[in-house]
Design a protein around this ligand. Structure first.
Ligand code: ADP
Ligand code: MG
Length: 278
């Protein structure tokens, strides 16, 4: 409970201003005054007549850590494709905050508006150091390009150091990213997303292939990030989901079958049937 309250407070503080930590004006005002940061309403996507999403509706609150679970083919990845502009829905509404209509924007515009996505496979620059990876991610952010040509100013360095601490890679800052463990690469990629100051992070199976210890540390990291950021995590590891989620949405055949606490969802009769494969 205390965790949820602290999180809501951090989210409120952050949404009050559209100015980033180093004083830049964020590109487009995100209006979360009604608490929600993401709305999907009656979203449908068909591939050759097959409905991958079938009037899917989902609302995620600002600062929430939402887990999305569901069997293979349920539409989880397609949902992320719709949010990030990779796939256009046939019908339905997709809003970022109250006012930003994501269906009218390109993929780069959506990323620039503050939605970061991490795919399953880590894509770090293996031949650069961990520090350089974060630096490159920051410079790739078009909103800072004009002020950051060559040398990093101290605010930018501070941001990189803060991010290194967050993703537990301070001691590895000078190592080549290619030498990191699988789990560390995943954290680095999350760090690279954070450098672009997103508001919403979409993570597709972020702990797949991690060791138990890395999984525990990932849970800690996501719990730290929630509140300041909103996280949507697609994950198959139910213990992990139970440990981190504020709320769980169970997707099945392109729509939400159940929603609420992991405990509640796992007692839902239809959910049990689906997961037992009946
Ligand atoms: P999940 O991520 O939950 O496993 P997906 O969103 O990847 O599910 O897929 C939902 C359904 O849509 C699946 O049946 C899949 O085969 C189909 N699908 C996804 N993308 C495409 C595509 N580009 N073309 C044709 N069918 C697709
Ligand atoms: Mg998928």
């Amino acid at each position: 409970m205390n965790r949820a309250i602290a999180r809501a407070r951090r989210a409120r503080e952050r949404s009050r201003s559209n100015v980033s930590v180093d004083g830049r004006l964020l590109s487009k005002a995100l209006d979360t005054s009604h608490r929600a940061i993401l709305y999907l309403e009656d979203v449908s996507v068909s591939f050759d007549g097959f409905r991958a999403l079938n009037r899917l509706s989902l609302t995620v609150d600002d600062g929430e850590l939402r887990c999305v679970i569901g069997p293979n083919g349920a539409g989880k990845t397609t949902m992320m494709d719709v949010i990030t502009g990779k796939t256009q829905p046939d019908e339905g509404r997709v809003y970022f905050g109250q006012t930003i209509d994501l269906t009218r924007m390109s993929e780069p515009e959506i990323a620039g508006a503050g939605i970061g996505r991490k795919f399953q496979k880590p894509t770090v620059f293996e031949h650069h150091t961990v520090f350089e990876n974060l630096e490159l991610a920051m410079k790739a952010d078009k909103r800072v390009a004009s002020t950051l040509f060559a040398r990093l100013d101290s605010a930018a360095r501070d941001r990189i150091l803060q991010t290194l601490e967050r993703i537990r890679l301070v001691a590895d800052a000078k190592r080549l990213a290619g030498l990191l463990s699988h789990g560390q690469k995943q954290w680095l990629e999350i760090g690279m997303l954070l450098m672009q100051e997103p508001r919403l992070l979409l993570l597709d199976e972020p702990v797949a292939g991690m060791t138990d210890e890395e999984t525990v540390r990932s849970a800690e990291l996501f719990l730290e990030l929630a509140g300041e950021y909103t996280l949507i995590v697609v994950e198959h590891d139910m213990d992990f989901v139970a440990r981190i989620a504020d709320r769980v949405s169970v997707l099945h055949e392109g729509r939400v079958l159940a929603e609420g606490s992991m405990h509640r969802c796992s007692r839902h009769e239809q959910v049990i049937e689906v997961f037992l494969g009946r």
